[in-house]
Design a protein around this ligand. Structure first.
Ligand SMILES: CCCCCCCCCCCCC/C=C/C(=O)SCCNC(=O)CCNC(=O)[C@H](O)C(C)(C)COP(=O)(O)OP(=O)(O)OC[C@H]1O[C@@H](n2cnc3c(N)ncnc32)[C@H](O)[C@@H]1OP(=O)(O)O
Ligand SMILES: Cc1cc2nc3c(=O)[nH]c(=O)nc-3n(C[C@H](O)[C@H](O)[C@H](O)COP(=O)(O)OP(=O)(O)OC[C@H]3O[C@@H](n4cnc5c(N)ncnc54)[C@H](O)[C@@H]3O)c2cc1C
Length: 665
């Protein structure tokens, strides 16, 4: 009972309107209403229970996932859910499975790359799940280097077909989710080869893999699961697959032909659009991954914050209660920046969604001017937010001490499910190098008078930003958005310009890129952090209703920015943006901001509006009733089904007897 009181007391200290903050977090009143309804629907349905997930062997685990996915689809149809509601329902069901790839990559790929006729043919089948699709790009030998893929699609003019073939072992498709055991169809990336033996590079094709009658692989197709992955439960609910083609024939009209076409005569026709549009689905998914990062981070932070308020260690005097661990400054210094990051990533995710919608509309009007920026922003922010989120989930585990290591804390499985986000949809370092390429191009165009726009507009003020020195004289001076923004802009500019100057010393730019890659990645990170800070500041310019809500967000914005400044002090001081004295004032200010966050911390994580079902964590329970539930949970473990364990007679008893005999000798 004592623990329950702890959280009620915490909630009573909040200095803002939690219900209004829930709406800010959700993005709108409508989004809040849908999210809330869907999360409760899932939580109240016993088929979606997940407390036994880490204990199931793979085959049972997988079958159970299929059951849940089928049940989710049944509910979506029965309740006539909208696309938005259906996607929320799948999100809260919280179990990686083939439907993510079907709805998240297969359908978007056909929408983005298919002609009107192709969309008319394939989309209705996919929407009704009469076919199930996946995204088969990566191969055993190549993932990052998409241009290096080896699968071939050779046009045969005699039969008007493409022949899909895996010429080497390394060309086997490897990793696609949903491929191993479920998908009937795949979008397959293959090198297009036309009769003249000319290689036209990588293109997307729809290939049927399994019979729609008995689910057996079609002739020429070898397909299976790639095996167990990191952690128990976790991402093993997904059938990541392998796939080989032995001269499999598909009709010509199964090459996705919105961007380029092969005619009946075998002529290659390139529409008047950049060829990079074939990567469009990756841009789309990277943008959704940024939004998901804030959810995963918020989930870990919610668990760690509630538990830190419940957990007490040391400090008891005269038999009184001990100190809540959340009151230790070290705990605050580790936890509150993560809380601030969850909010920061939420807002930058909202902005990125806007950017993606904007670039999509422009592309439809044949305006390709913002495509490079959209690629750089989605790649860079995907990299930044997933790296921070993965590291932060592990930090939250440590913040929960020993109990964080228990499966029932929810953190080990969250970590195991989340960490591949640093790799899929582009390895995070490879993606940062793309951002660096974009920055170097922008800097190199400055002398010709080119005015950068969008997220690189600050580089247009390169001369000022190379010179400026922060004016901060006392700690409170850091509580000024333009002061904060200026130092982040100056640091990003100076790191980029230094890289550009070093690059110019190389005779061949590509050699310079290889040699300076580590510095280039640091410049890219600085640029991406600046985007997050600036979008948080922009969010604060909006009219935000609700008592105290804006003030809390302001505090979190400064925590986010000043903590980054503290962590990357080397950059800020070495590039001369701030002095060591100003850095120390920033740290003083940060400490005082932690004191402002402290009474609001539990309410700030309540604002995520997560159900106990979604959190699946005894440490993060809404009611804070941790110890009795931990005790109860321990007894549910299969090892506790018998008092004396299996194996006692074979292995423990003889050992003990042996010891006894030895002792008597
Ligand atoms: C219950 C919990 C749930 C958790 C939440 C999960 C939800 C989300 C579901 C996710 C499920 C995961 C599924 C995973 C799927 C996958 O992983 S699919 C495979 C993804 N693969 C990759 O991302 C490969 C990464 N590699 C690349 O993207 C590219 O090859 C590259 C490295 C970016 C480019 O290499 P390069 O050789 O330089 O490229 P070129 O092809 O030569 O292009 C050069 C120019 O093109 C520009 N460019 C590159 N990419 C794009 C793009 N996408 N859009 C626009 N422009 C692009 C590039 O900047 C160059 O431009 P210039 O310099 O101007 O020439
Ligand atoms: C859980 C999961 C799900 C996936 N789902 C799918 C899917 O549905 N469909 C699909 O097609 N693929 C999928 N993938 C594959 C995924 O997209 C690739 O694994 C990813 O793009 C990374 O490529 P890679 O494996 O070739 O890594 P590699 O490129 O081999 O990376 C290995 C190391 O080399 C470094 N490196 C590589 N190139 C460079 C460079 N140029 N400069 C500096 N360092 C470099 C990387 O940073 C990394 O440290 C999935 C992967 C995972 C883990």
């Amino acid at each position: 009972m004592e623990d329950v009181d702890h959280l009620a007391h915490e909630r009573s200290k909040a200095q803002f309107d939690v219900e209004e903050m829930k709406i800010v977090w959700a993005g709108s009143r409508h989004a809040f209403e849908v999210t809330d309804r869907m999360s409760r629907l899932v939580a109240s349905d016993p088929i979606f229970r997940k407390d036994n997930r880490t204990l199931l062997p793979r085959k049972e685990l997988f079958k159970n996932t299929l059951r849940k996915a089928a049940h989710a689809w049944k509910r979506i149809i029965e309740l006539r859910l909208t696309e938005e509601e259906a996607s929320k329902l799948r999100f809260f069901a919280d179990e990686p499975n083939f439907t993510e790839l079907h709805w998240g990559m297969f359908v978007p790929f056909i929408k983005g790359q298919g002609t009107d006729e192709q969309q008319k043919k394939w989309l209705p089948l996919a929407y009704k799940m009469q076919i199930i699709g996946c995204y088969a790009q990566t191969e055993l030998g190549h993932g990052s280097n998409v241009q290096g893929l080896e699968t071939t699609a050779t046009f045969d003019p005699l039969t008007d077909e493409f022949v899909i073939h895996s010429p080497t072992l390394a060309s086997s498709k490897w990793w696609p989710g949903g491929l191993g055991k479920v998908s009937t169809h795949a979008v397959v990336f293959a090198r297009l080869i036309i009769t003249d033996d000319r290689d036209y590079g990588v293109h997307g094709f729809i290939v049927q893999l399994r019979s729609l009658d008995d689910h057996l692989p079609l002739p020429g197709i070898t397909v299976g699961d790639i095996g167990n992955k990191f952690g128990s439960g976790a991402y093993n609910t997904m059938d990541n697959g392998l796939l080989r083609f032995d001269n499999v024939r598909i009709p010509r009209d199964q090459m996705l032909m919105r961007i380029s076409q092969v005619t009946r005569e075998g002529k290659y026709v390139q529409s008047n659009v950049p060829r990079q549009l074939v990567y469009g689905t990756m841009v789309y998914v990277r943008q959704t991954i940024v939004a998901d990062a804030s959810c995963a981070l918020a989930r870990a932070v919610c668990i760690a914050t509630r538990y830190s308020a419940v957990r007490r260690q040391f400090g008891s005097q005269n038999g009184g209660v001990e100190t809540q661990v959340i009151d230790y400054k070290t705990q605050q210094n580790r936890l509150f920046p993560l809380l601030a990051s969850a909010y920061a990533f939420r807002f930058v995710g909202e902005w990125l969604k806007w950017l993606y919608t904007d670039v999509t509309q422009r592309l439809q009007a044949k305006d390709f001017s913002t495509l490079p920026e959209a690629h750089a922003c989605t790649a860079g922010l995907k990299s930044l937010t997933t790296t921070v989120t993965a590291d932060s989930i592990e930090e939250c585990r440590k913040l929960c001490g020993g109990h964080g290591y228990l499966s029932c804390s929810g953190l080990p499985e969250l970590f195991a499910v989340y960490i591949p986000a640093c790799t899929y949809e582009g390895d995070n370092v490879v993606l940062l190098l793309q951002v660096a390429r974009f920055l170097m191009k922008t800097v190199s165009q400055l002398p010709s008078g080119m005015k950068p726009v969008g997220t690189t507009a600050y580089l247009g003020r390169v001369e000022d930003l190379m010179q400026c020195h922060s004016t901060v004289k006392k700690a409170e001076d850091w509580l000024n958005p333009s002061v904060v923004l200026e130092v982040f802009e100056a640091r990003a500019t100076r790191l980029s310009v230094a890289c550009a100057q070093n690059l110019s010393k190389f005779a061949k730019q590509e050699e310079g890129f290889l040699e300076l890659a580590a510095d280039l990645v640091e410049a890219a990170v600085a640029h991406c952090q600046l985007i997050v800070v600036s979008k948080f500041i922009e969010k604060l310019q909006e009219d935000i209703p609700g008592k105290g809500v804006k003030e809390q967000l302001q505090t979190l914005c400064y925590v986010y920015a000043l903590n980054l400044l503290h962590k990357h002090l080397g950059d800020f001081v070495a590039t001369g943006c701030i002095t060591p004295k100003q850095a120390s004032l920033a740290n003083d200010q940060l400490r005082s901001l932690y004191s402002q966050v402290r009474p609001n911390a539990v309410a700030l994580v309540d604002s995520f509006n997560y159900t106990d079902h979604y959190l699946s964590s005894i440490l993060g329970r809404y009611d804070g009733n941790v110890y009795p539930k931990l005790y109860e949970e321990a007894w549910k473990d299969p090892l506790n089904e018998s008092v004396v364990p299996d194996g006692y007679h074979e292995y423990i008893r003889p050992l003990l007897k042996q010891q006894l005999r030895n002792a008597r000798l």
